[in-house]
Ligand binder design. Structure first.
Ligand code: NAD
Length: 336
């Protein structure tokens, strides 16, 4: 197996975590780190002493490094990913793939032209718990799905370049698209900017799917408790995925309400099961990095490929457009 040499652009909160996981892969190492802020680079010598640290991204693009990770603020994703692809690098871009549909489309097309891997950091597609939930949904164990509710709430981390929708909802949108394999038809959004002018910090998104299923996404930087939950309401079973409860991440409830009975509505209070999650202890970020390396080595598409990134950006852009126009309902496919 030949060695893969990676470069990481952006050495803030997330970049070092990706670097640690890439370095733990067999025959792979992070050899160059770039950040425009030299103060951030000070820690490279301590935690990644074998890597070259630089503020000049051109050194990375001109190097013989095979693949690049972009872990910088969202408005920089497109430009950095484009340059990396044009220099023949494979690219993993943190979520969301880009700041607009046009940019995301261009990156997908460019990766194809350059015959390079373009991947997006949809980390939850690599979560063993989300994959267990997907199995339950796809096997029909929950029955017909009426609705899904997702909650991603905490106090902060406030960003000043994007709102809470672009920061947190990519996770929930990517989970929904991955679970159900469908893009929503339209979207309703309610959001408010309480702390920073014009930067929405609490948002509710309602997505309608072709088969009548609805999903409600609640994201917030202004909440007293850390909540990371997906609740799926099916007519046969209900499932709750609680990412903050490692020992019982998924619970399946045999609960529901049925008609055609006497009295008119009868309630079902059955057993609650906690499925065993294979690989439940493996870090999703490790699996994501493994998929990136595997895709580069084999030339196959990773699970969270550029097109998956584009689909999430389409929904985010529709939400943003609905907010800007202050329209109640916005058609997802209308966004370009
Ligand atoms: N998958 C996840 O769970 C997850 C978690 C956190 C962050 N993220 C994503 O990772 C990315 C970075 O987030 P973060 O929390 O690490 O942000 P951060 O602000 O902590 O770090 C970003 C770093 O990028 C540097 N930077 C800015 N512009 C640059 C440029 N043009 N070239 C090189 N360096 C530049 C900054 O100096 C900073 O050190 C975002 O896209 C975010 O959405 C993903």
């Amino acid at each position: 197996m030949s060695d893969l040499r990676f470069g990481v652009i952006g050495w803030g909160y997330w970049g070092p975590k990706i670097a640690r996981n890439l370095d733990s892969l067999p025959h792979a190492s992070v050899e160059m780190v770039v950040d425009t802020d030299p103060n951030r680079l000070a820690s490279v010598a301590l935690i990644q002493p074998w890597a070259q640290a630089t503020t000049d991204v051109r050194k990375l693009f001109r190097s013989t490094i095979d693949a690049v990770v972009v872990a910088t603020p969202v408005h920089t994703h497109y430009k950095l990913a484009k340059e990396a692809l044009l220099h023949g690098k494979h690219v993993l871009v943190e979520k969301p793939l880009a700041a607009s549909v046009e940019q995301a489309e261009e990156l997908v097309a460019l990766a194809q032209q350059q015959d390079r891997i373009l991947m997006v950091g949809h980390i939850f597609e690599y979560s063993p718990a989300v994959n267990e939930l997907r199995k339950l949904v796809q096997a029909g164990d929950l029955g017909k799905i009426y609705c899904v509710e997702t909650e991603r709430l905490n106090l902060g981390l406030f960003r000043n370049d994007i709102n809470v929708i672009w920061d947190l909802a990519p996770h929930d949108i990517s989970i929904l698209l991955y679970l159900f394999g469908e893009t929503p038809q339209d979207i309703r959004v309610q959001a408010d900017a309480h702390v920073q002018p014009h930067i929405h910090d609490i948002a509710h998104l309602n997505l309608s799917f072709a088969d009548g299923m609805r999903a409600h996404i609640h994201v917030s930087w202004l909440h007293p408790c850390k909540i990371r939950k997906v609740t799926i309401i099916g007519d046969a079973r209900m499932a709750v995925y609680d990412d903050t409860n490692p020992s019982e991440r998924i619970k399946v409830y045999n609960k529901g309400a049925d008609v055609h009975a006497d009295p008119i509505i009868s309630y079902r209070y059955g057993e609650t099961t906690i499925p065993y999650i294979e690989y439940g202890e493996v870090e999703p970020l490790h699996l994501e990095c493994e998929d990136f390396a595997h895709a580069i080595r084999t030339g196959t598409q990773p699970r969270a490929d550029g097109k998956a990134g584009l689909r999430v950006v389409q929904v985010l852009a529709a939400a943003q457009e609905a907010l800007a126009r202050q329209e109640d309902v916005y058609t997802v496919s209308a966004v370009k």
